[in-house]
Structures are given as C-alpha cells and as structure tokens.
Write a protein that binds this ligand. Sequence first.
Ligand SMILES: Nc1nc2c(ncn2[C@@H]2O[C@H](COP(=O)(O)OP(=O)(O)OP(=O)(O)O)[C@@H](O)[C@H]2O)c(=O)[nH]1
Length: 380
Amino acid sequence: MRSQFFSLWRKGTEAPDSLPAERRRSFEIMAEIYLLALCVQLMLAPVLFLVGRPILGWLNLICLAGYVVALVLHRRLFVATALAVKLCVFLVFVVVVGVVITANQASLVYFLLFAEVEMMLADLRRRTKIVATGCLVTLSLGVLHLPPLHGVTQSVSGVDTFLADLGLGLVFVMLCIVILRMLAITDHHEHRYRRDAMHDSLTRVLNRRAIFERASIYWKANREFAVALVDADRFKEINDNHGHSAGDAVLRHLAGLLRESLRSDDSVGRVGGEEFLMLLPGAGKSQGIAAAMRIRDRLARYPCRLDSIELSVTLSMGIATSEEGLHLRDLIELADRRLYAAKSAGRDQVVAEGHADAATSRNSQRLAQGVERALEADRG
Ligand SMILES: Nc1nc2c(ncn2[C@@H]2O[C@H](COP(=O)(O)OP(=O)(O)OP(=O)(O)O)[C@@H](O)[C@H]2O)c(=O)[nH]1
C-alpha cells in the first residue's frame, strides 16, 4: 500500500522524457509542490466542515479543483499557466480566509512568503520572477494595511509602520536573491557535470557514449543521416617517434579540425584511441564524401605543428548512410568495414561504397557494443 502510494507519487512527479535535462529539476520540484498542496488541501476539507465552517470547506474544495487543473496543465508542460492557475486560486483562498472570514491579516504573510518560494522555484524567466516578487510584496503590504473588518485598529507610530513594512519587503527581496543565486550556482555546476560526462577529456569532442546516444536518437527518429568513421594513419609511429604527448597534441589538432570542418548540426565524437565518429544529419552519400574531402583539404592546409616540427598525419575514412542498414549497428559496422578497406588500399583514402558482405573486424564488434549500450541507456 505504502510502496504503491510512493510509486504513484513518483509517477505523478516524474518529468517526461521529452523534457531537456536542464528543465527536469524545476519540473519535478513544482510537480511535488502541486501534489503536496493537493494532499494538504484534501486533508483540510473535512476539518473545515467538522468545525462548522462550511463556507471555508467549499472554498477549500474549489481551491482543490484549481490545483488539479494546475497539475494537469503542468504535466502537459504549460508550466507558466499551471503556476498562474495555482497561485490565483491559492491567493484568492488565503486572502478571503485571512481578510474576510478570520480577519487575521498578519497570518496571510506566511502564505504569501510560501507563494514567493513556489514562484522562485518554477521554470520561469528571471525577470518574470523579479516582477512577480514585486507584486507579492505589494499584495502583502496592501493586505496588512487594509482596515480590519472586525476588531479595533491599534495606533502605531509612522516610523514603526515604515520599519515593519521595510522589514517585510526585505524578507521577500532576500528570499528572491538567495533562491535565484542558489539556482544559478547549481545550474552552473549541473552544466559542467553534464558537459564533462558527455565529452572526451583530451579532445573535448563528444565521448563514445554521447556520440552513440546521439546516433541512436537520429536512428529512432527515422532521420536520414550519414556516419563517417575517421582514423589517423600510422598513429603509433607518431607516438613512437615523438612521444605520447606529441600524439596527444595531434589528436587534439585532429579533433579541432574535424569540428571546424563540419556544419553546426553535425557532431563528432571520439570512439577509440585515434578514431572518431562523425554524424551528418540530413546528409546522403555525396554530402558525406564532400565533408570527408573538406576535412582532407583542411588537414593538408593546416598540418599539426609542434615546436616548429610538422607532424605529418593522414586520415582514412569509411562512410555509410542511414538507408544502408536495417539497424543502427549494421550501419556502424558498414562504415567500419569501409574504413578498413581504406586502410587496406594504402591509407589516406575515403571509401563510401561496397564491402557490405565483408567479414566483421574485432573493432566493429567493439563499435557495435557501443551502439547497443547507447540504445540500452536510451531504453533505461
Ligand atoms: N598519444 C596517444 N596515443 C594513443 C591514445 N590512445 C591510443 N593511442 C595510441 O594509438 C596507437 C594506435 O596504433 P594502431 O592501432 O597500431 O594504429 P595506427 O598506428 O594508427 O595504424 P593504422 O590504423 O593501421 O594506420 C597506439 O600506439 C596507441 O597507444 C591517446 O589517447 N594518446
């Protein structure tokens, strides 16, 4: 029973897969707040009827209906509208209860502070949050200065009233600043962790997992795309003749060169020691070959230099297009066979045709495993 409740709760608050990673946190926090508010309001309803306050009870039920609408809108990703609905019904409820019914205006401020926290955590623009904070401060001060409907007005000096208002305004402003800073700092760290988790630390291009995941996204979306496997020729000789750090510099140079030769939609990832995989969305065979030629030209114009020594390196490439395979794995294996055909034909070549029936290499099994893992991660 308990575990069923929690799994239902988790289901209700979990962000949909389509939502980008940077918006998931706010989505889930707000969904939790809506569900929590629903539960509190639900528990309050019978209490209000039992203590003989039926008007409050009915108001509470209207509020409850508003929260359900907000939650549904939120789950459909109308996050700003959902928050507007939630805050409207909540504010009407607390203002009516605080001012009209119980004449306890001061206690309203607690609820308005809670509304402030809620709004600051929502997925809204910074400027909207600052403007809305101003509105809540005005509303709080307005409500506090309303003449009480019941009871006697206490006479308080002008300076004391000013100081009390200033204090209240400052609490809202401080809450706004602290939460905005907290979100900015955690956003910055989250962004760094995500970037580090997706990129190869040496070359700064996508890492093996990230590039295969991207390929599997294109594949599942039935997008037409070309893949190109690029491998540096006789790279071992560079390491042997000039040292490992010179080899590293060549890899960085090659990665930069690949990135600069591609369009903004294309991506490049490092899938092995000196091997890169490029994804060219929307490209057919001829565009794939044209991209490969651009890279070779660029490498000829900008060879890698280290301490005024030119480290000459050439590239072999195998290209395949999405319509050439029944599965993503087939496509990567085909590009790999063509890459090895380019190596066998003397290196420094681009192969984009044939070799569909050649035997698979050990490397192609390794690449295929990468693809399978990316697809599994996607399913998980
Ligand atoms: N400097 C450096 N070398 C690496 C790195 N990863 C792998 N290597 C080296 O890359 C070399 C790859 O050698 P091979 O697989 O024989 O390939 P190759 O010498 O390029 O020969 P072909 O591919 O047949 O043209 C090995 O010496 C690895 O040690 C790395 O991150 N940095």
